[in-house]
Write a protein that binds this ligand. Structure first.
Ligand code: GLN
Length: 300
């Protein structure tokens, strides 16, 4: 870095470096990383543009910029991502919570309040963003949060403690709904749904850094959603509800799957803030269980 090691120069240098690496928001990223290196807020940075960085702080900042220049997500570098108004600890053991998923939480909170749903399952919890947000906003709720990845559950433990909901979020290791100890009123899931074709198109920021098992949904992206819908009848209480996040082109296929397993339920699609199909809602799913597909009844 040329010139004096002032905050202003450091920001300028960081921005230029990230611009050369073809990143989308080089200025903002440089601000976040400098603030992180100094343990300050961005507002504090701008209040003292001529302050000098110590050589240790400068060296740390240069390292952070180098990581970002290789397209590592900012959230992993600073170990933090805001979701639904709460700060979550994240690292490369978990998917970084996306803003679209806030809609899944919003609809789940509304549904749980309107129908007094108390027992909830968050399937494939990852860092725990959905489960923790639900527990924080629904003080009566008990949330079972499952994940097939023990490493992801270690991250989720931190977030439950951070937000003081470890007594109402039960973290369970296992596949989909299998670890649940009892049927629930509401199943919420942001399962991996990226198809093979989409995987090839993902920016390196995602495909090189985020856990593949948190994104990869098999050939058409629906492997996990298909399995979950086949299991759901056995794990839902009467009148239960299922809310699933989906990829923008998967609406018709997931609605068809939901209707197949729950012929008596109301199945709807909700669009995200960008106007894309994002959530499939299956209401009254527990009322008519389709057991034929995955269970045999034998009469004597
Ligand atoms: N929305 C995510 C992405 O496009 C995918 C999340 C998921 O597979 N559940 O990166």
């Amino acid at each position: 870095m040329k010139g004096e090691a002032t905050l202003q120069n450091a920001l300028h240098w960081g921005e230029q470096n990230l611009t050369q690496s073809a990143l989308d928001s080089p200025r903002l990223d440089a601000e976040i990383l400098l603030a992180h290196a100094l343990g300050m807020t961005i507002t504090q940075l701008h209040a003292h543009p001529q302050s000098q960085l110590s050589s240790a702080a400068l060296a740390f900042y240069l390292q952070l910029i180098e990581r970002r220049a290789r397209h590592e997500p900012v959230a992993y570098i600073v170990g933090q991502k805001e979701f639904y108004g709460l700060d979550f600890f994240v690292d490369n053991r978990v998917l970084i919570p996306r803003p679209e998923t806030e809609l899944l939480v919003e609809l789940s909170v509304e549904m749980a309040q309107a129908r007094s749903l108390r027992l909830i399952a968050d399937v494939g919890t990852g860092c725990g963003a959905i489960a923790v947000s639900l527990a924080v906003h629904l003080p009566q709720a008990l949330v079972y949060a499952t994940d097939a990845s023990p490493a992801a559950l270690e991250v989720a433990v931190c977030n439950c403690r951070r937000h003081g909901v470890e007594d109402r979020v039960r973290l369970l290791h296992g596949h989909l709904l299998e670890p649940l100890p009892e049927p629930v009123d509401l199943i919420v899931a942001n399962l991996p749904y990226v198809s093979q074709a989409e995987w090839a198109q993902l920016p390196p920021e995602i495909s090189r850094y985020e856990p593949r098992e948190a994104l990869n949904g098999g050939r058409d992206g629906l492997d996990h959603i298909r399995r979950l819908l086949a299991q759901a009848g056995r794990y839902l209480k009467p009148g239960g509800v299922v809310l699933l996040e989906i990829g923008a082109t998967q609406g018709p296929a997931v609605v068809a799957l939901a209707r197949h397993h729950f012929p008596a339920a109301r199945v709807e699609i909700a669009q995200d803030y960008a106007g894309l199909d994002r959530i499939v809602m299956v209401k009254g799913a527990g009322e008519q269980r389709s057991r034929g597909a995955d269970m045999e009844v034998v009469w004597f």
